[in-house]
Ligand binder design. Structure first.
Ligand code: PEP
Ligand code: MG
Length: 578
């Protein structure tokens, strides 16, 4: 039996069979010269590969139309057009005859040239085409080399997924019924794949560095998403312990659920609001059972991560589904935050050197006003079914907020002209997740109806720690004095202007931070729904005045280790006295 320890990223204990899903890099092959007499046979191989690829894409297209939507299937139509494009074929044929290299080499040569040329273009439409060429040439090469690509959507038996890294878009399409647990070399608690694992209630351990080396296909694993332990081929004793741990886990969980609808109120009567973060509309139906008082963050970009952009009607349906499910409780829809680790195909082609500092979130939306306004209209229209709030991600300064607000006004005008109704009093909030926003919170407050602090990014950008990189994860300390000062500045600025300060980063669901956040004056905590009962238990066990005293001391500490020790000692004292 071998044991690995990683980052506990999604709660739960599970036993199952390992399924190694290894990376799908651009296939490796060599270049070799061919004689003039081989040109025709290489050309025939190319044509066969194209035919097979066309069949495959047609099948994918049919499935997407059936199971997702016609809009989402549009990407496959674009791929089909490329596969059948006579210009592309002519270029291949000409280069094959001229250079006389194997056909794989010729396909890659020409595709790389096209991808590079289009990817560097300033025109977003052309950049999208670059991504299509990348995908299509990949598919042709796989055919030429007889490589079969397995899709996680096709998993047919229960497994524990073992991967080096997994894009959020892949996590989104995998067969969630079959993935009973997840183990990953990369990632941290705040990486988006971890966030999705929690949303799907799949136990996960991430940041293991070498899991894909240590674990073999078919190994039996026990993973504990609360301690970060992974046992490989456990013995009899471990299996017995596992049974007991599972029993205990469910008992504790059921006990917490019983806190249900009790208010999130401190012992001295201070009431705060606990809300849920969701990634897909279906989650909205689940969050009420954990006592969520609304949705504090709906990460709408997950609608965009499966192939093709979501059109207005499809978005409208998704937002309305969430708003209706919440029956009047507030739903905060964040406008699309793609880029960073949430890549659309066109970003892959854009090949940014620093995607986390690059073209993402509000920057992307402001450069694509039509796409942005389409989303805004869909959100506005859904507001007639309940209480909707809109918030903008990654605001770095007042100009971006003003531009976003003026596009929102344009979208409202468009709705009116089209006779589409929307609630007149929709609140518009700003996410505080860049240090520059936290430092200018007083200015941003003037144009915001509320703040929501995104600590995942705020910590990443304040401490210069890539949130998906397990090697520097130890530095991502929420109690770092720099982070605490930014939080204080933000919350104080909100209160001075008379608006509410919410938090929707993972820190809001971290019970070790609850007392500190209460002491800082946070009004609203939004988190993975299943964390709500635990946070509520802490809130109901502490007094606001005591929390303020703790926070004052924490703000005077010099290091995160001092703050952590201070809070741990305080929590021990408070909860052992209860
Ligand atoms: C955050 O950055 O804390 C946040 C809530 O947004 P996301 O995790 O989606 O980047
Ligand atoms: Mg963020």
């Amino acid at each position: 039996m071998k044991k690995l320890t990683g980052i506990p990223a999604s709660s739960g204990i599970v036993l199952g069979k390992a399924f190694l899903y290894l990376e799908d890099d651009f296939p490796e092959f060599s270049r070799y010269a061919i004689g003039p007499d081989q040109i025709e046979s290489e050309w025939l191989r190319f044509q066969d590969a194209i035919e097979e690829a066309v069949r495959e894409v047609k099948a994918l297209n049919d499935r997407a139309v059936r199971e997702i939507s016609k809009e989402q299937a549009a990407i496959f139509e674009a791929h089909l057009m490329m596969l059948e494009d006579p210009d592309f074929k002519d270029q291949i044929r000409a280069r094959l005859s001229k250079d006389q290299n194997n056909i794989e080499w010729v396909v890659r040569d020409i595709s790389s040239e096209l991808v590079q040329k289009l990817g560097a273009s300033g025109d977003p439409y052309l950049r999208e085409r670059a991504a299509d060429i990348y995908d299509v040439s990949h598919r042709i090469l796989n055919k030429l080399l007889s490589i079969t690509k397995f899709s996680l959507a096709d998993l047919a038996e229960d497994v524990i997924l073992v991967v080096h890294d997994l894009l959020p878009s892949e996590a989104l399409v995998m067969n969630k019924e079959r993935v009973k647990g997840m183990v990953m070399d990369m990632g941290s608690r705040t990486s988006h794949t971890a966030i999705l694992a929690r949303a799907f209630e799949i136990p996960a351990v991430l940041g293991l560095s070498s899991a894909t080396w240590e674990i073999n296909q078919g190994d039996i694993l026990i993973i504990n998403g609360d301690t970060g332990q992974v046992l490989i081929n456990p013995d009899e004793k471990d299996l017995n312990q596992y049974e007991q741990a599972i029993y205990q886990y469910h008992k504790t969980f059921d006990g917490l659920l019983a806190l249900g609808d009790l208010p999130a109120e401190t012992t001295d009567g201070h009431r705060v609001c606990l809300k849920a973060n969701i990634e897909i509309p279906e989650e909205a139906e689940q969050v009420r059972r954990f006592g969520a008082e609304g949705i504090g963050l709906y990460r709408s970009e997950f609608l965009f991560l499966t192939p093709g952009y979501a059109e207005e009607e499809e978005q409208f349906r998704a937002y309305s589904q969430v708003v209706k499910a919440m029956e009047g409780l507030p739903v905060t829809i964040r406008t699309v935050d793609v880029g960073g680790d949430k890549l659309l195909p066109e970003f892959q082609a854009a090949d940014e050197k620093n995607p986390l500092l690059g073209w993402r979130a509000i920057r992307f939306c402001l450069s694509r006003p039509e796409l942005f306004k389409t989303q805004l209209r869909a959100i506005l229209r859904s507001s007639v079914y309940g209480t909707v709030r809109i918030m903008f991600p990654m605001i770095s300064g007042i100009e971006e907020l003003e531009q976003a607000r003026s596009l929102l006004e344009e979208a409202q005008g468009e709705c009116r002209r089209r006779g589409q109704t929307y609630a007149p009093d929709i609140e518009v909030g700003t996410m505080i997740e860049i240090p520059s926003a936290a430092l200018t919170a007083d200015i941003l407050a003037e144009k915001s109806d509320f703040f929501s602090i995104g600590t995942n990014d705020l910590i990443q950008y304040t401490l210069a720690v890539d949130r998906g990189n397990e090697k520097v994860n130890y530095l991502a300390q929420p109690t770092h004095p720099a982070v605490l000062r930014l939080l204080k500045n933000t919350i104080d600025a909100a209160h001075k202007k008379g608006i509410k300060a919410a938090m929707c980063g993972e820190l809001a669901g971290d019970t070790a931070a609850t007392a500190l956040l209460l002491g800082l004056g946070l009004d609203e905590f939004s988190m993975t729904a299943s964390s709500i009962p635990q946070v509520k238990r802490i809130i109901r066990g502490v007094g606001l005045e005591n929390c303020r005293g703790l926070t004052e001391k924490a703000l005077n500490c010099c290091s995160y280790s001092q703050v952590t020790a201070l809070v741990e000692e305080w929590m021990d004292k408070t909860f052992s006295a209860n």
